[in-house]
Every structure is written in structure tokens, then in C-alpha cells.
Design a protein around this ligand. Structure first.
Ligand code: ARG
Length: 264
């Protein structure tokens, strides 16, 4: 995670961002600290990367890379405003014992790449280029399934899909939650076929980035305003934990955006 010490909205690279409106950096830090503490209380080993002045979006650590099998596939950002974050995160991975792969193609890390059991769901359409999906498959030797995003408000895959069971017990199938209207028809067919029991999240909950959540398979940290999603999670036997990241929503990010999973 990356403390939002320098968070603000200084440019507009997604429809959520309004640089003309004020932001409150100290409130962003306070809300982020609640998320940090939630993870620590759940027993997660949370590592921090130093924030950099002038990189206001660095708080969205999910975009810093994709880490699996102790290999960190670096990010190469779409927009110049965020490009310096790529090397900053790669430096951290290298200094912390991960094998760094410098990306050849545009990709925004775990914002668009979601590990579900042994497959990687990979988004494209707004940020990560589809050739990064091939690079990902080559590096990690896992099946990579390309999904096309079509709604600019749900520009990263992690705004449109929540992974509920990252690593299910043997014999059990992994489930997800998603927003159907974020995908084109061929991608929807793939999702319906692979995840027939998926939780379908409504537009209202998606509009507070309710899907942008982090699950350990039981505890699901979600936006506290995503009430219908919360109810559906309870019905299915999960333990939803709501946090309020309203200030970070002004940059177009939520719980998952602030979270990059480190898999050794
Ligand atoms: N302002 C950031 C951007 O538009 C938000 C990134 C949100 N991150 C995410 N993983 N969805 O790039």
C-alpha cells in the first residue's frame, strides 16, 4: 500500500476526476489509515511503498504491477501523468526480493489483471493493451482470459469485477462478482459460462466502486456504501467489512485500487 500523503486530483484521466473541485488530503490519509488498520487487524502482512511528491495517484498501488510466483511484472502506464510510478514500484519490488520483469507493453498491473484460482482475468479497452495479456501469459505460464471493458467509468477490470475466492479449497470453485454492463457481449458470455453463480452487482453499488474490493475468501473489504452487494455477500456466507474511502473515490479509486497483492 502507499499512504496518500500527496493525494489530490490535479488532472483528469478518468470520468471520476474533477481537478476543478477541491480535495482534502488529510481526510484521504485518515480514510486510508482505516483501510490499512482493517488489513492489519485481519492479520495481513502489509508492506508500504514511500509516496512521491508530484505523483498524486501513487496511492492506487494496485496499478503498480502484478506479482505472482515471486515475479513482479512491472507497470507501464497509459497516461504520462502516471508513467513515473512504473519505475518507482519496480524499484520497490527489486529492493524487496522480487524478480522484476520490465514490461514491454502498456499495462496497469493489478488494476487490470485479476488472479482467480489458477487463471488470470485480464481487462483491456481503456488502459492495459491486449499485447500485455500475451506478455503476462508468457511470464506466468497461466491461462490469461481477455475481457473487454466498454464503460469509461469502469476503466480498470478491478472496478468491474471483484474476486471473491482468490484461492479456493481443492474441489471448490472460485467465485466472482461483476457488473454486466461494463463488458461487451463476447466477454459477458465468457463470464456467464465460467462463473454461473457469480454475484451480479447493481449499477448503484458499482457507482460507489463497490466492486473494487479485497477478499481473502471469507472477509471481503468493500465500500461501506455498497449496501446491496453487502447483503448479497452476507447471503452467500461471506463476511463483508465496509470502509469509507469517499475522498479517494474523487480520483476514481476504491479499496482494491489501494491494494496490491504480493504473492511469493
Ligand atoms: N486516478 C487513477 C487513474 O485513473 C485511479 C486508479 C484506480 N486504480 C484502480 N486499480 N482501479 O489511473
Amino acid at each position: 500500500m502507499c499512504r496518500p500523503d500527496f493525494f489530490t486530483v490535479a488532472y483528469r484521466i478518468n470520468p471520476w476526476m474533477h481537478p476543478e473541485d477541491p480535495t482534502d488530503t488529510s481526510l484521504a490519509v485518515k480514510q486510508w489509515e482505516v483501510l490499512y488498520k482493517t488489513y492489519v487487524d485481519l492479520g495481513f502482512d502489509v508492506q508500504l511503498v514511500d509516496p512521491i511528491d508530484g505523483l498524486p495517484d501513487m496511492v492506487y498501488a494496485a496499478n503498480g504491477g502484478f506479482v505472482l510466483d515471486n515475479i513482479a511484472y512491472g507497470a507501464s502506464f497509459t497516461y504520462p501523468e502516471r508513467q513515473p510510478e512504473g519505475p518507482a514500484y519496480m524499484d520497490w519490488f527489486g529492493a524487496n526480493g522480487y524478480e522484476v520483469r520490465v514490461p514491454a507493453n502498456i499495462n496497469e498491473g493489478e488494476g487490470d489483471f485479476l488472479l482467480v484460482d489458477d487463471v488470470i482475468l485480464a481487462g483491456t479497452g481503456f488502459r492495459s493493451a491486449s499485447n500485455s495479456h500475451e506478455e503476462l501469459a508468457q511470464i506466468f505460464g497461466r491461462p490469461v482470459i481477455t475481457l473487454n471493458l466498454i464503460n469509461p467509468s469502469f476503466y480498470h477490470l478491478d472496478t468491474a469485477i471483484a474476486v471473491l475466492d482468490p484461492s479456493p479449497a481443492p474441489g471448490e470453485s472460485a467465485n466472482i462478482a461483476y457488473l454486466p454492463s461494463a463488458f461487451d457481449e463476447p466477454s459477458l458470455e465468457i463470464l456467464r459460462e465460467r462463473y454461473p453463480d457469480a454475484i451480479i452487482v447493481n449499477e448503484e453499488d458499482a457507482a460507489v466502486l463497490g466492486l473494487n474490493s479485497y477478499s481473502d475468501g471469507y472477509n471481503v473489504v468493500i465500500a461501506s456504501r455498497a449496501k446491496d452487494f453487502e447483503r448479497q455477500l452476507l447471503d452467500r456466507g461471506y463476511n463483508p467489512i465496509g470502509v469509507d474511502l469517499s475522498e479517494l473515490l474523487l480520483g476514481g479509486g476504491g479499496v482494491k485500487c489501494c491494494t496490491l497483492e504480493l504473492r511469493r
